[in-house]
Design a protein around this ligand. Structure first.
Ligand SMILES: Cc1cc2nc3c(=O)[nH]c(=O)nc-3n(C[C@H](O)[C@H](O)[C@H](O)COP(=O)(O)OP(=O)(O)OC[C@H]3O[C@@H](n4cnc5c(N)ncnc54)[C@H](O)[C@@H]3O)c2cc1C
Ligand SMILES: NC(=O)c1ccc[n+]([C@@H]2O[C@H](COP(=O)([O-])OP(=O)(O)OC[C@H]3O[C@@H](n4cnc5c(N)ncnc54)[C@H](OP(=O)(O)O)[C@@H]3O)[C@@H](O)[C@H]2O)c1
Length: 476
């Protein structure tokens, strides 16, 4: 602790990146930083609550680390407050020495092919949000009744999550915190085959080993890999993949799937390679009927990596449900410099840059997926946040010791009213339904109590009005 006035920091977004940044700030600033976190939902944890698959409860338990940060006396949580709607960049610069943007990549990437917008062709982002009870996606509908085959485009872990959720047996889903509306729809689903389509080969897939292995352990689904297709894709040498231990192990796992006869489970996941969708073709009632695919070959790109090049040979796969799991995408925040091409907040190693001069904007920083793009596991955000916090604290130190005069690029920002009570008053005026951390704890208690009799970690409240009602039970 110190007698010097506190350094006030606003963190926007309560996912892993926001919480790691808050934790580093509170730990590394010798008791000088006060952190206020703003989250557009009443609930914290970002994709740990609304992305990580419900059948992976151990991964979700990383939130215990964030709970410790939230318990710090110099930390406050303002949920149900959207940056750009209830508070602006200018408001925050008036009240804080620095803003740390940690808003993630909530949108999806399009494939840019005909028929992509047909009903029953969806972004994985929407399906993931729906089964995880994200209030934005609660009312979406997925036709799991008329579809027998679903196609999932992409070879990353999100594609595996989506495929697995589509074939998990009801008894595997029952003890999870899958949203109730999704539990019911998945239990009645007629989808019996999920085809995962990769544009490159098994050695270039972005899956990680435990997630690929998990497919082979499902109670009600076989994993099918056609040996000839697998070996055709592996026939092209890829020196980078050969040195990558994850890639080598993925190939071993996939070869073991190819060699294993199906056990005769009621459902199957089929992994296909070297195929790209070129059109989604309408079927009955204007819904998706089939996916037209082109076979690819692997050719070296300028950087030495192998890229997929279409051969002109086509294949049609009947399917009435499709998900594109080809990556998430960042969204701009009002007033904050954004690079449209990369869909990232314009930054250098976490310092937000002025788009005109290319120099750092005093007092503005960024962490997580909106800083570096939508890849990396939860832990990746810890180191990433450390880089930004180091830059922030070094800018503050440089300004206070005179090394970097105020107003210079890289200098600290000096707020006109760095007052904790003034911010809270402003927020309560702009958003009377603000949810404090005590409000979230009340939601948490409520959800856990609903889950307990059924042996589930929680039953999620999936509508804002229900979350606010539960938050109102907060103990002072
Ligand atoms: C489907 C899926 C499953 C995953 N599963 C795993 C896994 O099993 N294991 C693993 O290690 N990693 C997993 N990951 C990766 C991991 O979730 C990410 O690395 C991590 O969540 C990124 O953290 P973030 O804080 O940058 O973004 P996010 O987690 O997306 O957090 C961003 C937060 O900002 C909030 N926000 C956005 N805009 C505003 C605004 N305008 N005002 C206020 N708040 C705002 C959002 O509501 C959200 O809470 C998964 C990712 C996905 C997509
Ligand atoms: N259990 C877990 O640990 C877990 C679960 C989910 C997510 N995550 C993490 O979250 C991050 C995001 O995962 P993600 O799956 O969204 O992204 P990802 O790992 O980047 O995978 C995206 C996939 O989409 C493919 N793709 C991109 N554009 C395409 C196109 N136009 N046509 C066809 N395919 C295309 C990519 O192929 P190319 O390689 O050819 O570009 C790649 O296979 C990853 O770091 C992931 O590991 C972790």
């Amino acid at each position: 602790m110190t007698d010097e006035p506190p350094i006030r920091i606003a963190v926007i977004g309560s996912g892993p990146a926001g919480f790691y940044a808050a934790g580093h700030l509170l730990k590394d600033s010798a008791g000088r930083c006060e952190v206020d976190m703003f989250e557009r939902l009443p609930t914290p944890w970002g994709l740990v609550r609304s992305g990580v698959a419900p059948d992976h409860p151990k991964i979700k338990s990383v939130s215990r680390v964030y709970e410790k940060t939230a318990a710090h006396p110099r930390f406050r949580y303002f949920g149900n407050v959207t940056f750009g709607e209830h508070v602006s960049r200018e408001d925050l610069l008036e009240h804080y020495h620095a803003i740390v943007y940690a808003t993630g990549s909530p949108s999806d990437r399009p494939l840019g092919i005909p028929g992509e917008d047909l009903p029953s062709s969806h972004a994985a982002t929407e399906f993931v949000g729906w089964y995880n009870g994200h209030p934005d996606h609660t009312d979406l509908e997925f036709d799991l009744l008329s579809a027998e085959r679903a196609v999932v485009v992409g070879n990353g872990n999100v594609a595996l999550d989506v495929a697995r959720m589509l074939v998990l047996a009801p008894e595997e889903l029952a003890p999870t915190d899958t949203a109730d509306h999704a539990l019911e729809a998945l239990a009645n689903s007629n989808v019996s085959e999920v085809v995962i389509v990769g544009r490159r080969g098994p050695a270039q897939a972005a899956f990680t080993n435990p997630e690929l292995l998990e497919l082979g352990e499902l109670a009600g689904a076989d994993v099918i890999v056609e040996e000839a297709e697998l070996e055709r894709a592996l026939a092209v040498a890829d020196p980078a993949a050969a040195e990558d231990i994850t890639s080598r192990r993925n190939v071993e796992i996939l070869r073991s799937y190819a060699a294993k006869p199906p056990a005769g489970h009621p459902k199957r996941i089929v992994l296909r390679f070297l195929l790209s969708p070129v059109a989604f073709i309408p079927g009955e009632h204007g819904r998706l009927g089939s996916v037209e695919l082109v076979r690819n070959e692997l050719v070296p790109a300028a950087d030495g990596a192998l890229r997929a090049q279409p051969t002109g040979e086509h294949e049609t796969l009947h399917a009435s449900l499709a998900f594109r799991a080809i990556g998430y995408r960042g969204l701009p925040l009002p007033g904050v410099p954004f690079d449209e091409r990369s869909a990232l907040i314009l930054n250098r190693a976490g310092r937000v840059l002025d788009p005109h001069s290319g120099t750092p904007l005093p007092g503005e920083y960024v962490v997580g997926w909106i800083k570096r793009g939508p890849t990396g596991v939860i832990g990746t955000n810890k180191k990433d946040a450390q880089e930004t916090v180091d830059a922030l604290l070094s800018d503050l130190a440089g300004s206070s010791n005179g090394a970097m005069p105020a107003g210079q690029p890289g200098a600290a920002h000096l707020p006109s009213e760095p007052d904790a009570a003034a911010v809270e008053a402003l927020l309560r005026a702009r958003q009377p339904e603000l949810v404090t951390y005590a409000g979230w704890e009340a939601i948490d208690r409520h959800e856990r109590a609903l889950g307990e009799p059924h042996g589930r970690p929680r039953v999620k409240l999936t509508r804002i009005e229900d979350l606010l009602r539960a938050a109102a039970d907060a103990q002072p």
